[in-house]
Design a protein around this ligand. Structure first.
Ligand SMILES: [Zn+2]
Length: 298
């Protein structure tokens, strides 16, 4: 076993192909520990988390990215959020039995939304039709349509780990042949080599060993590994902001029947409790300073 929760960039020099490798261990297990997910959902959540890390490293932005499927199938929601510095959280909602179901059957009639929310500027969203067999095929066709870049995405899960390998050709790279036919041949050669990768290799070996096994005759440039972490962005202040949107009347009626407003974060299970005084403070001008010092129950 190797150290994990890492994302690492590399470049296959003469081919003009860039790549990204990721392996998730503790971050994936933290997500699995929050809810009692069936195996089929664990698998797709792991793959989606690995995909989020691979895409975050590829689509340059400062802020956060969300990959989300809202389906009409047994699984109504699959979502992964990832920041530009590889902090992840993920959740799935489902109802009923998912035994033996594949990704497409679980999400039913759905699309995949990829939303980038930059720290500065407007958020933007791409829609990925779920017309592939699995998540990686859907994402590959997204890159083909939206960026017209040949992309190979391999996603794996197993033994409470998840990971993936991403390859993309850079048409303007100086090392590559300019003839489109030669480029195509080179791409096919490199992706055929990468296609021999097994789940067992990816989930148990470090990046340089994996790349050596796949591309031992190529000159591969490996960049610094970057850590990946589970981290939830919830806070008492954000919960308070969401409660204000619900409105005083509705909150007062919850206080009248329950004695408190009890909110649990769906990503990390953190609980935020607001009593009658806290709720009253939400709707006064002085609320903003007082909320963060309020009590929170872990
Ligand atoms: Zn949370």
């Amino acid at each position: 076993m190797t150290s994990s929760d890492i994302s690492q960039r590399f470049m296959i020099n003469d081919s003009g192909v860039r790549g990204q490798w990721t392996l998730l261990d503790a971050s994936f297990q933290t997500v699995l520990a929050k809810h009692d997910y069936p195996l089929e959902i664990q698998a797709v959540l792991g793959e989606m988390m690995a995909a989020a890390i691979l895409l975050t490293s590829t689509l340059k932005f400062e802020g956060s990215m969300t990959i989300q499927a809202r389906g009409t199938g047994t699984v109504s929601l699959l979502t992964v959020e990832c920041t530009h510095d590889n902090k992840l959280r993920a959740i799935a909602r489902w109802e009923g039995d998912t035994s033996g179901m594949d990704f497409r059957t679980m999400v039913g009639d759905s699309t995949l939304g990829i939303t980038i929310s930059p720290l500065q500027g407007e958020r933007y969203q791409g829609i990925v039709p779920l017309d592939g067999e699995n998540l990686s095929q859907c994402l590959e066709s997204y890159f083909q349509y939206s960026e017209q870049l040949r992309t190979q995405i391999q996603l794996f899960h197993g033994n409470n780990r998840a990971g993936g390998l991403f390859l993309q050709i850079l048409p303007t790279h100086s090392g590559i042949k300019t003839d489109p036919e030669a480029q195509k041949e080179e791409w096919e050669r490199v992706t055929a080599l990468a296609g021999t990768l097994t789940a067992e290799e990816l989930l148990n070996l470090d990046c340089s060993t994996v790349l050596h096994r796949l591309f031992h005759e190529e000159s591969v440039q490996l960049f610094q590994p970057e850590p990946v972490l589970f981290q939830c962005t919830c806070s008492r202040q954000r919960t308070a902001d969401a409660l204000i949107q619900i409105g005083k009347e509705e909150l007062d009626s919850v206080i009248a029947t329950e004695g408190k407003v009890d909110v649990s974060c769906q990503f990390c299970n953190e609980r935020y409790v607001f009593d009658a005084v806290d709720v009253a403070l939400l709707f006064t001008d002085a609320s903003s300073e007082s909320i963060d010092s309020g009590k929170s129950i872990n």
